[in-house]
Write a protein that binds this ligand. Structure first.
Ligand code: GLN
Length: 347
C-alpha cells in the first residue's frame, strides 16, 4: 500500500514537472511577443525619442525647393500594433509630404488590381542598387527589371493604376492612401507645385520607359499623378497606421477596413525589404531585419509582419536620402522590443 502511494507521488511529481517544462518552453517560444506589452512599447518609443531628438546630422532635401523650407526639428514616432493600439512619442501632429513612401501603397494598389505577376512582368521587382531616380538603371536594363519602389518603377506603377483618365487614377491613388491611413488624406499644394514645376528628370524617366514600351499611360500625365501622390501630407501617426495596415495583412487595425488582400501584402513587403531605402536598402536590412520605406520628405515606415507598424517623421536626410532620425529611432525600437524577425530564440 505504502509503495503504491509512493509511486503515485513520484508520478504526480513527474507530471507536474513535465507540465512546468511544457509551459516554460511555450513561454520561451513566445518570448518576442511577450515583449509587446504597453509598458515595453511605451518605454521603447519614449527612449528612442529622447535619445535621438537632439541629433543634428543630415539635411532636408533641397532638390525639391519646398522641402528645404520644412522645419528640420519635426520629430515624431508612432507605433501601431496589429490589434489597433496606437503609441506615440514626440510631434505626431506636424505633417510632411509622404514622397517615396507613397510608392508602397500605389504598388499595393496595382498588385490588388492586376495581380502580382503583372508587376513582375510589366515593371520588375529587382533592386537596382542605384539612386532612386537613376536613369542609368533604366538604360542598363533596357526598361526591364526595375522595381516599383524607385522612381522609374513607381511612375510605371502610377501609370498602371486603373482609371479612365488622369483624374480617376489620382482619385483612386488618394483613396487607397487614405484607406491605409484610416482618414481622408490631402495634398500638400506648395510641395506639389514646387515639384511639378521642376520634375524634368522624372519626365525624362517616364519618356525613357515609354521608349522601351514600359510606360502604360501618357508619360506627362503619369509623372504628374506620381508627383501629386508624393505630395500627400502625412503625420507620424498616419505613417504608423499605414505601416500597421501592412503588418496586419492589409486590414487597417484601427478602422478594421480591408484595404488590400494578405496576398498583396505578401508581395509588397519583400520589395520593401530589398529596395525600400534605395541604394542603402541592404545596409538597412542587415541592421534592422524588417521591410521599410523612406521618402525624401523625412517619412520612414517599417513593418514587423503580424506584430506592428512604425512610422517616423523627421526631415533631415543622410546621403542616400533616408531620414537620419527615422532610421535611428526605428532600429532602436526594433532592437529594444526584440522585434527583428531574424532574432530567433533557439529551442
Ligand atoms: N517626389 C520625389 C522624387 O520623385 C520622391 C523621391 C523620394 O522620396 N525618394 O524625386
Amino acid at each position: 500500500m505504502k509503495t503504491h502511494s509512493n509511486k503515485m507521488r513520484v508520478c504526480t511529481a513527474l507530471a507536474v514537472l513535465l507540465l512546468i517544462f511544457a509551459i516554460s518552453a511555450a513561454a520561451l517560444a513566445q518570448a518576442p511577443d511577450k515583449m509587446l506589452t504597453k509598458a515595453n512599447i511605451e518605454a521603447a518609443i519614449n527612449e528612442a525619442y529622447t535619445k535621438f531628438k537632439d541629433v543634428k546630422e543630415g539635411e532636408n532635401a533641397s532638390y525639391i525647393k519646398e522641402l528645404a523650407t520644412v522645419d528640420p526639428n519635426i520629430f515624431g514616432i508612432a507605433l501601431v500594433t496589429t490589434d489597433g493600439q496606437v503609441y506615440t512619442a514626440g510631434d505626431i501632429r506636424s505633417m510632411v509630404s509622404i514622397q517615396s513612401v507613397s510608392k508602397v501603397f500605389t504598388m499595393a494598389k496595382v498588385i490588388e488590381e492586376q495581380g502580382h505577376q503583372a508587376v513582375m512582368d510589366k515593371i520588375g521587382v529587382d533592386a537596382t542598387g542605384e539612386v532612386f531616380n537613376s536613369i542609368t538603371a533604366i538604360e542598363r536594363m533596357r526598361g526591364k527589371e526595375i522595381n516599383p519602389l524607385v522612381n522609374p518603377g513607381a511612375i510605371a506603377s502610377t501609370s498602371l493604376v486603373a482609371g479612365a483618365d488622369s483624374s480617376a487614377k489620382w482619385k483612386s491613388i488618394l483613396q487607397v492612401h487614405s484607406d491605409f491611413a484610416g482618414r481622408p488624406l490631402a495634398l500638400n499644394m506648395p510641395v506639389y507645385i514646387s515639384e511639378a514645376g521642376d520634375n524634368l528628370r522624372n519626365q525624362a524617366i517616364a519618356h525613357l520607359l515609354l521608349a522601351y514600351g514600359r510606360m502604360y499611360f501618357d508619360p506627362v500625365q503619369a509623372t504628374d499623378i506620381y508627383t501629386k501622390q508624393c505630395a500627400i501630407n502625412v503625420s507620424a501617426k498616419d505613417a504608423g497606421i499605414m505601416a500597421a495596415t501592412l503588418a496586419n495583412g492589409g486590414v487597417n487595425p484601427v478602422t478594421k477596413k480591408k484595404v488590400v488582400s494578405p496576398e498583396t501584402v505578401m508581395y509588397t513587403l519583400p520589395v520593401m525589404s530589398t529596395a525600400g531605402l534605395y541604394d542603402d536598402s541592404g545596409i538597412w536590412f542587415y541592421n534592422a531585419g524588417v521591410p521599410a520605406k523612406s521618402g525624401v520628405g523625412g517619412c520612414l515606415i517599417a513593418v514587423v509582419p503580424g506584430k506592428f507598424g512604425i512610422g517616423v517623421v523627421s526631415p533631415p536626410l543622410d546621403k542616400a536620402g533616408n531620414s537620419v532620425k527615422g532610421q535611428l529611432a526605428i532600429k532602436y525600437v526594433i532592437e529594444k522590443l526584440k522585434a527583428n524577425p531574424y532574432w530567433i530564440q533557439p529551442k
